[in-house]
Design a protein around this ligand. Structure first.
Ligand code: DGJ
Length: 723
């Protein structure tokens, strides 16, 4: 059994073939953190808790002045009784005070992994769960720390549940999902940060004394910060070294932080962002926090990514899409924007079919008076001038051409200039007396209201139940302001940010369960809500509104820390690129897009014949290697330097491809052998272009000679088959 409890020593030991996670119960009250790392055959307690008589330390046990919560390595914080580090929770009592005293009460160990009420979480796997119940006897409150150990992954998921057994209402002011005290602070902290069109920049800094944190208060997880942090050894790189990674399965405001405290330990904490949150917990009610995925690697960041990729594709993405190949799509956005008529679309569709494209996606602009972005969100009825026979008419014609059909929606939004806003101004998020702030000329619907939820389900069901829509792109193009609801009383206004996310999950749950054969693509102006919470409902995400190949090599590289290529929508778009004006070759654009979930987003009617032929060749190539490119193992081999050079490998049991992006041509070209590192040492590989046969060991260790490239943004592809 992988989760053991030693009742004599009061030690919990969670272990599988890769990891051990050890906790103790100290003084029969406090859950302490004792060890997390590679598997220990058994744990005896060689690293006994250091109890030192320290100045200024407060002592909960009068008889023992060496024992203090001031510096104890713990699994959850305490509140107002001597632990002064960042906290994992805070509860306000109805009398206004905020002291609690949770102590160990009981625990249970059981097979499997319970799902979380109302929240996305990793799906069932071979796993075992430990629940530790702490109670505050004075207030009759319960806090349940939940740990699920996955048998086949170096992964533990954690979450917390609060239960109110009293007659009084209490207010959760902070409800973090996880906390660990590491007995060291000689780590680097790795996070992914950015902005719209510049997502997923990898940031790495050594920890320093005090608190370092990233967070979102934007209502979504945001392009600014991914709800993820990793602590790595200073010597850890892509290929080797220890990594402790934490990723929150949540799509709203979050905080991820580390405090290096006075004696050199570091406290990691992650959960819902506390300043934009509060929850009114009435008698007999409970509150479930989102889940955190904790992933340990001893083989560097690539090791961490392998675990996330496999776990997310097989235990997070919706079941129908875990093994299913994805169609090559054509999206109308960068080809047409708002300006199209059915006749233009059908011309595009004909050419799409000719080139081998399989899915035709109509983006923004098909509804209400939507001829630009100032109007009509909420008016989800077809614009008859553009689509005389409506969506169904168009979809039927597209289907008859042998293509499947996809449609864009932005369900959570409402334009001031819309019939919906005229009819229901009270459906927008708002607070009394203050004007509504616009973002992209639109407001946000108040999803916390049941009526809004019903409306969204009805609108989407109306289109999906026609059976003509095979794919939906679910967009969300602004952050939340005036977060308040006319439907809730004063004491619940701070619940609205979280209620928004909960209702969004409910809508997604209902729709994706009713229409399991429709593929949903998550989008928030690109990767603005690219998080594991959304990936539970939608199998892929539009990675970035920046489609420039050079920028994309960096953005996709960053996201690949967490997500496999199949989850990252990537399209070949026109040049000069619409976001940065850069011209890159069709060859390079094709290879960058193939490194993700492949598609096109350009006007096929305006291309030269030679370009259409090249596109056809790309599509044929992609189809021939689709299984490798969509389901192969993805490894980063070289990270983007100041010349934007990067390289990665995708392999399966029979073949492998290396994508080498030269970025900017450079003078004084350095010696350039690229080691493949992850091929099978014992296997022989045949280069499909030159016919040369090389051992995996040689490619891994001696590497491939990268020739001098006298051209910007050039890309090389190496392809080997096992012989
Ligand atoms: C933002 C998306 O990221 C784009 O791809 C496109 O769908 C536009 N919205 C449409 O308004």
């Amino acid at each position: 059994m992988p989760i053991l409890f030693d009742s004599e020593k009061e030690i919990f030991h969670l272990s599988n073939s890769a990891i051990s996670y050890v906790m103790g119960i100290e003084k029969e009250k406090y859950i302490t953190h004792r060890y997390f790392g590679r598997t220990l055959p058994f744990y005896s307690g060689s690293n006994a808790l250091l109890q030192i008589d320290r100045g200024f330390a407060t002592n909960p046990d009068k008889a023992d002045r060496r024992f203090s919560l001031n510096s104890l390595l713990m699994e959850t914080s305490t509140q107002g009784t001597g632990d002064h580090r960042i906290s994992n929770y805070q509860i306000r009592r109805s009398n206004g005070t905020t002291v609690t005293n949770f102590v160990y009460h009981t625990h249970s160990i059981f097979t499997g992994k319970p799902s979380l009420k109302g929240l996305p979480s990793l799906r069932a796997a071979i796993a075992e769960t430990l629940e530790i119940v702490l109670i505050d006897e004075i207030q009759k409150l319960e806090m349940i720390l939940s740990y699920t150990l996955f048998e086949e992954y170096p992964v533990i998921t954690r979450s917390v549940r609060f239960v109110n057994h009293s007659e009084d209402t209490v207010f959760l002011e902070n409800a973090g999902s996880m906390m660990i005290d590491f007995p060291r602070s000689d780590f680097d902290m790795v996070t992914l940060n950015g902005s719209h069109t510049n997502e997923a920049n990898i940031s790495r800094q050594s920890l320093h004394t005090g608190v370092q944190k990233i967070e979102s208060t934007r209502g979504t997880s945001s392009p600014q910060h991914q709800p993820f942090l990793a602590l790595v050894d200073a010597k850890t790189d892509e290929f080797q070294g220890e990594v402790y990674a934490f990723h929150l399965v949540y799509s709203g405001n979050f905080t991820a932080q580390v405090e290096v405290e006075q004696y050199g330990s570091s406290r990691v904490q992650i959960g819902i962002q506390p300043e934009t949150f509060e929850w009114c917990l009435g008698p007999s009610e409970d509150f479930q926090t989102p889940e955190v995925v904790i992933n340990y690697s001893t083989s560097g960041l690539n090791g961490m990514s392998q675990t996330f990729h496999h776990l997310y594709q097989n235990h997070l993405a919706p079941a129908p899409w875990q093994k299913q190949e994805r169609s090559i799509l054509l999206n109308t956005w960068e080809a047409n924007y708002f300006d199209f008529h059915e006749a233009d679309l059908l011309k595009q569709a004909d050419l799409a079919k000719e080139t081998g494209i399989e899915l035709f996606v109509l983006d923004d602009g098909w509804f209400g008076q939507r001829n630009d972005d100032t109007t009509s969100l909420g008016d989800w009825f077809e614009n008859q001038e553009k689509l005389p026979q409506g969506i169904v008419g168009l979809a039927e014609k597209i289907h008859r051409k042998g293509l499947t059909f996809g449609l864009w929606f932005e369900p959570e939004m409402i334009s001031e200039n819309s019939r919906l806003f005229e009819a229901h101004p009270e459906w927008a998020l708002q607070v009394p007396d203050y004007p509504l702030t616009e973002g992209r000329r639109q407001f946000v619907l108040d999803l916390s209201q049941a009526a809004v939820q019903e409306y969204l389900i009805a609108v989407l069901s109306k289109y999906l139940s026609t059976g003509k829509i095979d794919y939906i792109k679910w967009d969300m193009n602004r952050h939340l302001t005036e977060v308040g609801s006319l439907a809730y009383p004063a004491e619940q206004q701070k619940e609205i940010s979280h209620r928004y996310v909960l209702r969004l999950y409910q809508v997604l749950d209902t729709i994706t369960k009713c229409f399991p054969n429709c593929l949903f693509e998550n989008c928030s102006s690109g990767g603005g809500r690219f998080d594991p919470g959304m990936m539970y409902y939608m199998a892929q995400t539009w990675t970035s509104d920046n489609t420039d190949a050079l920028c994309r090599s960096k953005i996709q590289y960053g996201y690949s820390l967490l997500y496999p290529p199949i989850m990252m929508g990537a399209h070949v778009s026109p040049v000069p690129n619409h976001q940065v004006g850069r011209k890159t070759s069709l060859h390079t654009r094709g290879l960058i897009a193939m490194s993700g979930n492949f598609g096109y987003e350009l006007d096929l009617t305006s291309l030269a014949n030679t370009e259409r032929i090249e596109i056809m060749e790309q599509i044929n190539f992609y189809k021939a290697h689709r299984r490798l490119l969509q389901f192969g193992k993805f490894y980063r081999l070289r990270s983007a330097d100041e010349y934007f050079t990067s390289a990665w490998l995708i392999k399966n049991d029979t073949e492998a491809m290396i994508f080498y992006f030269n970025g900017l041509a450079r003078p004084a070209v350095p010696v350039n052998y690229l080691k493949t590192r992850y091929l099978d040492d014992q296997a022989a590989y045949k280069n499909t272009e030159t016919g040369e046969i090389v051992s995996g060991a040689e490619l891994n260790d001696a590497g491939i000679a990268i020739p001098r490239i006298k051209e910007d943004f050039s890309t090389l592809l190496f392809h080997w088959k096992k012989v």
